[in-house]
Design a protein around this ligand. Structure first.
Ligand code: PLP
Length: 404
């Protein structure tokens, strides 16, 4: 056993050598920009942030009340790792109501946010070198999770020409015999693209030629969908695909509950759900007990509020889209869901990081560069902000670009 003295000469670098796994994760450009925006705000500068990845509404009061009552009744202990049975039953009822899908509570694992659910699913399925197909642009955490878990990313590029969606051709060309998982996300972060039933059926046809491919369908923005469209899960369109689709959803975006950390996955087999639960049992255990009580109420009573919030987002989408479209050299993509406007900035001659940095420094508007989402030709503007702020931010962007 070395003495404390003999350790003195060691450098911290040696002691705390960061693992290969941790080093494989990219530092977040997004966090750097939001830290800078906060720093500027703290200095008293009037910075408008369009960088939020969460609804700007408060959680509806009856959902809070359910959690308060749960606390008062003593729901303060560990719960089953995969979530309280009543909550898992409520999740099954939600799948039946919204997607017509039948799950039993044993197929559901509730986790500490949908991000956690996705991580657990990938953890349960990926072996070293396994390939995961991810449509690009993508939610920035997907490829990072795959990398940290030893998998490899197969990016399937999309752009405005296909409305940022996979087409049967792109899928057919991109998928390999050995590809293990396809990650779908509709409505999408960062583009807001929404797959219609017909478009999903087009993908189903191709997926039938890859019978060993697993689909993970991230449906976290399900309730935020515009133009009277209906959300479809690929699992509800074909029983054979359903048998190999894992659905992820959660409370964060639909019911303005980001801080509650509640997400869930539905697995085609109980065996897989048990594996996911077992991984969770050795890391975080159950999601927070009283948050689960709130989550149950949200699923049972939250539809009306989810719809109202969606209406507000739809109005703001229209406003921001029109304002940004009117600015020369900016080409926004009309999102069908979620609360992001993905804007093509290629004609400005700037890459997404310098665009975002300069816009923040010079015009005091914070947006998110597209680079970590897989496109350096775009920036992401969130319309989880007041109409007044959306208007002012657009005005500042227009004035700023005139000088560029
Ligand atoms: C596409 C997508 N999936 C999953 C999540 C994770 O949500 P949470 O962990 O808050 O449930 C987010 C959050 O931004 C997201 O944008």
């Amino acid at each position: 056993m070395p003495s404390a003295n003999s350790l003195k000469g060691m450098t911290n670098k040696f002691l705390f050598e960061i693992s290969k796994r941790a080093r494989s994760v990219q530092p977040s450009v997004t966090l750097a920009i939001s830290a800078k925006a906060k720093e500027m705000q703290a200095k008293g500068l009037n910075v408008i942030s369009l960088s939020a990845g969460e609804p700007d509404f408060d959680t509806p009061s009856y959902i809070k009340q359910a959690a308060i009552e749960a606390l008062q009744k003593g729901l303060t202990k560990y719960t089953p790792v995969n979530g309280i049975l009543e909550l898992r039953k409520a999740i099954c009822a939600k799948f039946k109501r919204d997607q017509g899908l039948d799950f039993t509570p044993e197929q559901i694992v509730v986790s500490t946010g949908a991000k956690h659910s996705i991580f657990n699913l990938l953890f349960a399925l990926l072996n070293e070198g396994d390939e995961v197909a991810i449509p690009s642009p993508y939610w920035l955490s997907y490829p990072e999770m795959v990398t940290v878990l030893g998998g490899t990313n197969l990016l399937l590029k999309t752009d405005e020409t296909t409305d940022f969606k996979l087409t049967p051709e792109i899928l057919k060309r991109g998928l390999q015999e050995h590809t293990k998982i396809l990650l779908l996300n509709s409505p999408s972060n960062p583009t807001g693209a929404v797959y219609s039933k017909e478009e999903l059926l087009g993908l189903v046809k191709i997926l039938k030629n890859f019978p060993r491919l697993i689909v993970i369908s991230d449906e976290i923005y399900e309730k935020l969908i515009f133009d009277h469209q209906k959300h479809y899960s690929i699992a509800q369109l074909d029983p054979e695909i359903a048998a190999r689709t894992l659905i992820v959803n959660g409370h964060s975006k639909a019911y303005a509950m980001t801080g509650w950390r509640l997400g869930y996955s539905a697995c085609p087999t109980q065996e897989l759900a048990r594996a996911v639960s077992s991984i969770q049992s050795h890391s975080t255990s159950n999601p927070v007990s009283f948050a689960q009580a709130g989550g149950m109420t949200a699923l049972e009573k939250g539809e009306e509020d989810a719809r109202k919030m969606c209406e507000v987002f739809e109005r703001r989408r229209q406003l921001l889209y029109e304002k940004i479209k009117a600015i020369p050299r900016l080409r926004p993509f009309m999102p069908g869901g979620a609360f992001y406007l993905f804007v093509n900035i290629a004609e400005t001659g700037m890459d997404s990081v310098s665009f975002s940095e300069k816009l923040l420094e010079e015009a005091h508007v914070a947006v998110v560069p597209g680079k970590p989402f897989g496109s350096d030709r775009h920036v992401r503007l969130s319309f989880a902000a007041s109409e007044a702020n959306l208007e002012e931010a657009s005005r500042r962007m227009a004035d700023w670009l005139k000088k560029k």
